[in-house]
Ligand binder design. Sequence first.
Ligand code: HEM
Length: 134
Amino acid sequence: MLADASDIVRLSLHVTAAAVWGGGQATLGGLVPVLRRAAPNALVPAARQFARLAWPAYGVLLATGGWNIAATHPSKEGSAWRVVLAVKLLVVLTSGLTAWLHQRTSTTRGRAAWGALTSLSALSALVLGVALAG
Ligand code: HEM
């Protein structure tokens, strides 16, 4: 059975935004050592440009996440599902907060720590989302 049109729009937006937020962080993080060596002046503009894409994607995740909840059939929302959703919301907030701290911190060590935490929490949110969809 095929998904209906509104489910296709809702989940495509949610998963695309998750790819930009989490996948973009991982990709930029992986490129940092090369940029630092080959084009150190490009590092800050590249990070700023990524932030211009990533924050709207985070907004889309929050909006389509609310849409996901509204669209979930009540028969699916058992107590385990609700617990996973609550954990996911905590993890999503952690990802946003640590991304914001990552942008505001000026020390290299602080940036690395907040950057690792935002990526890790984005990945956790993705895994929990797949569990919720299952
Ligand atoms: C960093 C932020 C987020 C990431 C990376 C993320 C990722 C994902 C992924 C990959 C899926 C699985 C889609 C599928 O396999 O069909 C999913 C599903 C889901 N997400 Fe998120 N998500 C995020 C934020 C949110 C937020 C903020 C909410 C709630 C307000 C939310 C609620 C849900 C729900 C309820 C589902 C299940 C959808 C369904 O059963 O059709 N997500 N998420």
